[in-house]
Structure formats: structure tokens, C-alpha cells
Design a protein around this ligand. Structure first.
Ligand code: PGA
Length: 266
């Protein structure tokens, strides 16, 4: 898909009836929002009711999982597998920083999950992000080193893609989400997000021998209808991963509309 993607990560929010109402409202709006792929990622227990609420689903509206397992079935208490939402969820968020923080998810697990997504015909959205803001202006060399080592974002990518072939990179999305910006109301600036995405792009191009057109990077972290323009104007970004604002119908639809207008040059 060559148009931008806006992913709504509903996290552990909403009651069943609220989720169904929200999905219906977004579904009706999505018909009029062209040139944008819209993904709703509800709690997994709501996936089927949300699908029902999207029955008149426009072609640009999809469902996603907030998390996946690297196997189809087995003794994994409390986990939902991709096989259980077969042909329903087209996208899956993998390695979100909250999964890494609260559930000990490692790059190795992310690599297995991303592999399983591709084998299941599901597009993985691999989340990467730094704990503390970069200062590229004053400390370029040391900040680049920070990206490539330890929990650095380039290290996260390298290890998360360990089971993905070069020819598959265009089937993967990355969500660049600075951890300090998630849920804080303190988003990155468009320029900052674009600069880091540029570094990520170059890294991928060199390491995996791919072209710009094969790389998809979303920005996430306190995106709302007021700051969305900053991000969608950036050529290095291909869309957004939205948390808090994605469960407010007006905010989310506005974010999708502004993305559509910016990318279609209106
Ligand atoms: P936020 O969440 O938009 O509430 O910062 C983004 C995310 O966690 O994906």
C-alpha cells in the first residue's frame, strides 16, 4: 500500500459497548477519508464484536492485534494466537514498549513474533524507541553509538529482523515511538521524528539492501489532532501509531482526515 497508515492502539481501554460504538462511528467516517489506511487495534476480546460493528466496512479500514504469539496454539496461558483471529486481523503491533516494560518482551521474542506474523499473512508493526531523548546536535557520534548498542533503536531493529529476509522488509512496518513521548502529552517534534526516521531508513537501506520505497515508518507518541500536521508533512514518515487520541472519535477521525489531506496534497 503506498498511502499512509493510521493505527489506533486502543490498549486496555473501553467497555464492550463503548468499543462497538466507537468502531461503528469510525467505520462510517472512514468511507469519506481517502488515501489513508486506518487500522483499529482493540483489546483482543473485542476483535469480533468490533468486526461486526464494522460490517459496512470501507476498503481502507482494517483490524489489528495489539500483541501476538509466535506459535499458532499450545500451552500459553492467557495468550491469544493469530490463528484465532485468522482472516480478521491484517496487522499486528509487535514489541510495543509497554509489552517490553511490563511483560519482559525481548528483541528475540519480537523477532519470533514478526516471523510468525509474516508466515500468517499478517503485517507486523514492529515498535522501536529510545528511553531518553537524543541530542544529535551536540552529541552526534555518541548518540549514534547509543542507537547501535544495548537497548538502542538500531540494535532493536537489527535483532527484531533477525528472522526476516531482505526481500520481506517491505512487508514490515516500523513504529518509531520515543518512550518519553508515549502517553505523556509531550510528543516529539516533526523534525526530531523525521531526523530519527531518516537515520533508521539509512540503516535499513544499507544493512538490508533495500530502497526507500520498501521502508515504512510510522511515528507514535502523544499524537493528537493538534500536532498531527507536523508529522504527516515529513517525507520520512509513512503514518502514525496513535494511543490516547485513538479512543476519542472526533480526535481520531480528525487525525485521519488531516493525514489524508496532507498526503494527497490538498
Ligand atoms: P499515545 O500512545 O498516543 O497515547 O502516546 C502511543 C502508543 O503507545 O502507541
Amino acid at each position: 500500500m503506498d498511502y499512509p497508515l493510521v493505527v489506533g492502539n486502543w490498549k486496555m481501554n473501553l467497555s464492550l459497548s463503548e468499543a462497538v460504538v466507537l468502531a461503528g462511528q469510525i467505520s462510517r467516517n472512514a468511507e469519506y477519508i481517502k488515501h489513508v489506511g486506518i487500522v483499529l487495534a482493540p483489546a483482543s476480546v473485542f476483535v469480533y464484536p468490533v468486526l461486526d460493528a464494522m460490517r459496512t466496512r470501507p476498503k481502507n479500514l482494517f483490524l489489528g492485534m495489539q500483541n501476538v504469539m509466535w506459535e499458532a496454539e499450545g500451552s500459553y496461558t492467557g495468550v491469544v494466537s493469530l490463528g484465532m483471529v485468522k482472516n480478521v486481523c491484517k496487522y499486528a503491533i509487535v514489541g510495543h514498549s509497554e509489552r517490553r516494560k511490563y511483560f519482559g518482551e525481548t528483541n528475540e521474542m519480537v523477532a519470533d513474533k514478526a516471523r510468525f506474523c509474516l508466515d500468517s499473512n499478517v503485517t507486523p508493526i514492529i515498535c522501536i524507541g529510545e528511553q531518553e531523548k537524543f541530542n544529535l546536535e551536540d552529541h552526534f557520534e555518541s548518540e549514534m553509538k547509543r542507537m547501535k548498542t544495548g537497548g538502542g533503536i538500531l540494535k532493536q531493529i537489527e535483532e527484531s529482523l533477525s528472522k526476516i529476509k531482505n526481500s520481506e522488509i517491505d512487508k514490515v512496518y516500523f513504529a518509531y515511538e520515543p518512550i518519553w513521548a508515549i502517553g505523556t502529552g509531550n510528543s516529539a517534534t516533526g523534525i526530531y521524528a523525521s531526523a530519527i526516521s531518516y537515520i533508521v531508513r539509512n540503516y535499513l537501506k544499507e544493512k538490508f539492501k533495500v530502497d526507500d520505497g520498501q521502508i515504512h515508518i510510522l511515528y507514535g507518541g502523544s499524537v493528537d489532532e493538534k500536532n498531527v500536521r507536523e508529522f504527516v508533512m515529513q517525507p520520512n514518515l509513512n503514518g502514525l501509531l496513535v494511543g490516547g487520541a485513538s479512543i476519542k472519535v472526533n480526535s481520531f477521525c480528525e487525525i485521519c482526515k488531516i493525514t489524508s489531506e496532507a498526503k494527497s496534497g490538498k
